[in-house]
Design a protein around this ligand. Structure first.
Ligand code: SF4
Ligand code: SF4
Length: 217
């Protein structure tokens, strides 16, 4: 019943991609059985040719608005059926380690939404990496998606790697055992994007390594 209602909800957002995964691997496993993970495409599907930081940031905001809308409705369904859930925080709990308490990316590959590109973000067949992820942990079993364990990036592609002005990407093709530090100097990426805060009050959205991706355009 709950799963059907969630399916009906997503049928009203046909651009979104969603799936379920067991979270037996996670720190939350003793409290919740599953994660519902979903990806909402950025408002504008930019390419390297028409990219501007402002347009990219706007596209993220549009996706965030839709995510909020969807989350409210999922909460209504779960509350109505008295199912325990939590919406995990997106933000990293500290700026040093830069690791969020629940990885949306790892949940997304486990739910079968996509793989991790050489740009260290989830790449979907439909939109490439131009999506915003969200997740909700639910204490209920569902039909789970097919876990993705290997990259589907073309062997010769390194467009994202070459697009990074700071050379923060290490040109590593992902599989399920690859660690983030093998793929990206995330401290460097974060540090460079943070330089923007003083002038603009936020980090640089920097989507260069996403809009350079040929998948989904
Ligand atoms: S987000 Fe920008 S700075 Fe960070 S790895 Fe991608 S291109 Fe480089
Ligand atoms: S640009 Fe190429 S290597 Fe990078 S994520 Fe996209 S397909 Fe993979």
């Amino acid at each position: 019943m709950v799963e059907e209602k969630i399916q009906q909800l997503f049928s009203r957002y046909p651009a979104s991609i969603y799936g379920f995964t067991s979270i037996s691997y996670s720190l939350y496993a003793s409290q919740y059985q599953s994660a519902l993970v979903f990806a909402v495409p950025y408002g504008e599907q930019l390419t390297i040719e028409n990219y501007t930081e402002e347009r990219f940031e706007r596209g993220i905001k549009d996706a965030k608005r839709i995510i909020e809308e969807i989350l409210i409705q999922i909460e209504e369904i779960l509350n109505e059926h008295k199912v325990k859930y939590v919406i995990p925080s997106v933000a990293q709990s500290n700026e040093e380690e830069l690791i969020a308490p629940f990885s949306f990316k790892y949940a997304a590959v486990n739910a079968g939404l996509g793989w991790i590109g050489k740009n260290d973000v989830v790449v979907t067949e439909k939109y490439g990496p131009r999506v915003r992820l969200s997740a909700i942990l639910i204490d209920r079993q569902f039909v789970y998606g097919q876990r993705i364990i290997k990259s589907n990036c073309p062997d010769s592609c390194k467009k994202c790697v070459e697009s990074c002005p700071y050379h923060a990407l290490h040109d590593v093709k992902w599989d399920i055992d690859t660690l983030r530090n093998d793929m990206i100097d995330y401290q460097l990426c974060n540090q460079k994007r943070s330089l923007y805060i003083e002038k603009h009050g936020r980090k640089n959205a920097c989507g260069l390594c996403m809009v350079a991706c040929p998948i989904g355009v």
